[in-house]
Design a protein around this ligand. Sequence first.
Ligand SMILES: Nc1ncnc2c1ncn2[C@@H]1O[C@H](COP(=O)(O)OP(=O)(O)O[C@H]2O[C@H](CO)[C@@H](O)[C@H](O)[C@H]2O)[C@@H](O)[C@H]1O
Length: 473
Amino acid sequence: MEILHVSAECYPAAKVGGLADVVGALPKYQFQEGAIAKVVIPAYRNAFRESGKYQFELVHQGGLWLGHDWYHFNIWKENANALGFDFYQVDIPGLLDTPNVYGYANDTERFLAFQVAVLDWLSEWQHQPDVVHCHDHHTGLIPFLLKYGRKYSGLKDIPTVLTIHNAQYQGQFGWDKLYLIPSFDLWKSGLLDWNGAINPLASAIKCAWRINTVSPSYMEELYHAANGLEGLLNAERSKARGILNGIDDDVWNPSTDPMLPANYGIKDVTKGKKANKESICEEYGFKKELPLFVFIGRLVGDKGADLIPDAVGRALYDHAGAFNCLILGSGDAHIEWRMQQARHVNGEHFGVYIGYNEALSHRLYAGADFLLMPSRVEPCGLNQMYAMRYGSIPIVRSTGGLRDTVTDFGDEGGTGVRFFQPTGSDLHHAIGRALELYSTKTTFNKIRKAGMQQDHSWNKAARQYMDLYTSLT
Ligand SMILES: Nc1ncnc2c1ncn2[C@@H]1O[C@H](COP(=O)(O)OP(=O)(O)O[C@H]2O[C@H](CO)[C@@H](O)[C@H](O)[C@H]2O)[C@@H](O)[C@H]1O
């Protein structure tokens, strides 16, 4: 079985969020299941490419029209199997050679060109892969183009799978840009359309042979709330399923993680976490004996980040400064500003790091006592699984993948603190419960260890994906 994953991100080559973690891990585990898994992403000009640590070999050269503009492209293959699978990058000078993954005015054109280059390259293969696996809207036009693109008619029988990592983002653009899409049978235009716009995510939901979300609960939720795609998802129910993400043990393991000041396992968790916490407290001027709460992620409404400043501020007031809180993230300018304000008001109990810092994130999973995840929407969520693996107790709003992975400590075998409404008062109440838990050391240690023992390895999910592909070939 040969699978080609097409994505905008893949750890460690390009990471903005959880999409990269999944695309950088799943293929390794599929390889262990006996499959040949290949990954192709754009060749951004970022630290990965510029580091000189990885050797690339040119495997294909081509050119493509994007409307009236002609672009030359190269496909590079990493030639030492450094990522644990065959890894390819599409280099399109003038479009994809950017330092960041997203956030450019021409993102539509950039990812359209990426998809066309991947398909042009695929047309030149001596053989065909068994499955093309697309991730999120940046690759959402591929299932349509494989079926109906005139120049790809030789590829139309390749099964396609779409994984929806987040249905909030759909990549819509106006019909005035239709001329950018390679020629296809115009009678099929409806398969690109949703609500009067070209919608790559909707198109992939219509055209992919199978679709899946990254947790079973999120799949159910999308039938009722999918940022406008509810009706479509209900219509396509028969080909949809939820497969829970795993975590990559090679990267996320406190006993081997090279980014930690002190490594530890379940046996020496108390000592190990203390050392990690102390290093963070020293850096941020926190009192070491207080419990440490952290938030790691995009500072956006979907993650409930806007609820944190008030809820934490109120809890600090109610509990007379009985804990510290550190925020790592960036995103919405207003939420960033409110976090800075909270630091100003709460002085030595509230720290903020605005930006992206992979090493700090690892240190926080290791040094924290609690991880805050008050998400309004959470398709799977990896942070809560990393937190449990590192012995930090997740405080989660019960939604999507958070509901599938974290049980409340009040229930038998519980591993976290759960609350139900995405409101400041529910979060404030949950922080209060966490502080109470922290004060009863034996229960706290029991819950911490229960979290560390959870099996969130990729093996199960990798097998479920293999079953999904097998049903198509
Ligand atoms: N400022 C920062 N510095 C360092 N590291 C940072 C960071 N901000 C975020 N991260 C890291 O990015 C990843 C975030 O992953 P998530 O799965 O929680 O969210 P995301 O919304 O990106 O992913 C989407 O796709 C994934 C994968 O399917 C789903 O789990 C999720 O629910 C869905 O929203 C984690 O590895 C986290 O440590």
